[in-house]
Design a protein around this ligand. Structure first.
Ligand SMILES: Nc1nc2c(ncn2[C@@H]2O[C@H](COP(=O)(O)OP(=O)(O)OP(=O)(O)O)[C@@H](O)[C@H]2O)c(=O)[nH]1
Length: 370
């Protein structure tokens, strides 16, 4: 009797179970295509019951059924388990009462034990028996060879449906795996970009004030100079220096000096537009590039900065001196504009500090006579 149901899981049984698991079908909901097949089997064979039975570990579970009382039965109570003993053959038993299979091994049909049974094994592509397409009746029956052939055709259709299901499942898994890989790649790319920006930031920013450093300014200047002069817009340069900063350090200490530097940098950043560029140019000097600005506009910015510095949240007073010069890329070299801003700053210092001075030197050097 061990042939009905192997007493313990052999390697063959484990492989068979793995083949069934690949379909992920056991305990799934009803599906019209499978339901139609069992209805067709009932009509074809003129019987009261039919089922698509799948043999799962210790139970037989019905994917579709007509006229069968339960939705699953214990494996040792199922005739289907018997049918897969010979996977290549359709098992037909006209009268079970005349067969050696004990009555206990029969599921119930409308409360009664079946007398007739025919089951076609359902196979995976590599030959593992997954279950059966079976028909049954409470009366003895005899199927014609055309009915048996029809039942086998329906079993083949069932196998196609199972394969379709497995392929769709595999495709879904592949898609999810591809999506997960794409998500992973995107995360890695974003992380790389973040690190790149961080590196760029630390290479171009002054750590104390957060302003651009001089190296970044020189790179920007080089880039500007390679542009077509006719495309470059006039600009102003604003050169700012903290007054008596040495004294601030000497009286209040170097850390307080750093604090003052940060406060002045903040005052500058808050007073300029996004398109303007502020650079920590030297120890306590800040250079601001205002593209598209004329001297009067730049002077307004300078006064704004001075005002903000005067109200900076510091425990001691700090003032700044600012020199301003206008540059025209079609007429001046940037160094010449810078020199004029520096001279203006010198005049602001010489005039008593805490003030803004605008360049008033005549501009006679031209790099483009047009
Ligand atoms: N705390 C601090 N001090 C700095 C930093 N960089 C430069 N300094 C100081 O800034 C001071 C600049 O002093 P000076 O160039 O003599 O000019 P000043 O005292 O500001 O005087 P005037 O510019 O003539 O008003 C020096 O004492 C530098 O050590 C910095 O990052 N932090």
């Amino acid at each position: 009797m061990a042939a009905y149901f192997p007493a313990q899981a052999s390697d063959i049984e484990a492989a068979r179970q793995a083949a069934l698991d690949a379909y992920a079908i056991v305990d799934s909901g009803p599906e019209r295509a499978f339901d139609d097949i069992v209805r067709l089997a009932v009509m074809l064979c003129g019987v009261s019951a039919a089922s698509i039975s799948l043999i799962d570990r210790d139970r037989v579970w019905f994917k579709a059924q007509v006229g069968v009382d339960q939705s699953q039965v214990s494996r040792d109570l199922s005739l289907c388990n018997h049918a897969i003993d010979q996977p290549g053959r359709t098992l037909v038993i006209d009268d079970l009462d005349l067969d050696p299979i004990p009555a206990a091994k029969r599921r119930r049909l409308g409360g009664r034990p079946p007398r007739f049974y025919a089951g076609v094994p359902l196979l995976s592509p590599d030959g593992h028996p997954l279950g059966t397409l079976s028909v049954a009746d409470v009366e003895p029956r005899h199927l014609t060879s055309a009915q048996v052939e029809g039942l086998e055709l329906l079993a083949r259709q069932t196998q196609h449906l199972l394969e379709l299901r497995r392929l769709m499942l595999e495709q879904g898994q592949q898609l999810s795996a591809r999506e997960a890989a794409a998500r992973h790649a995107e995360q890695a790319r974003a992380e790389l970009q973040r690190r790149h920006e961080e590196l760029l930031r630390s290479a171009t920013r002054d750590p104390l004030t957060g302003l651009l450093n001089r190296a970044a300014m020189e790179e920007m200047l080089a880039e500007t100079l390679t542009r077509d002069p006719s495309e470059r817009t006039p600009y102003t340069l604003l050169l700012l220096d903290i007054d008596h900063f040495k004294l601030v350090n000497d009286v209040h200490g170097h850390l307080a000096g750093d604090q003052a530097l940060r406060a002045v940098a903040d005052a500058v950043t808050e007073s300029i537009r996004k398109s303007d560029i502020a650079v920590r140019f030297g120890g306590e000097e800040i250079l601001v590039y205002l593209p598209g600005s004329a001297l009067d506009g730049a002077a307004e910015v300078a006064y704004r900065i001075r005002e903000r510095v005067a109200h900076a949240p510091l425990p001691f007073a700090v003032t700044v001196s600012i020199g301003i010069a206008a540059g025209d890329p079609r007429r001046d070299l940037p160094e010449q504009t810078f020199d004029r801003a520096d001279q203006a700053l010198y005049r602001a210092k010489a005039g008593g500090r805490d003030r803004v001075a605008v360049d008033d030197t005549p501009r006679f050097i031209s790099i483009d006579p047009d």
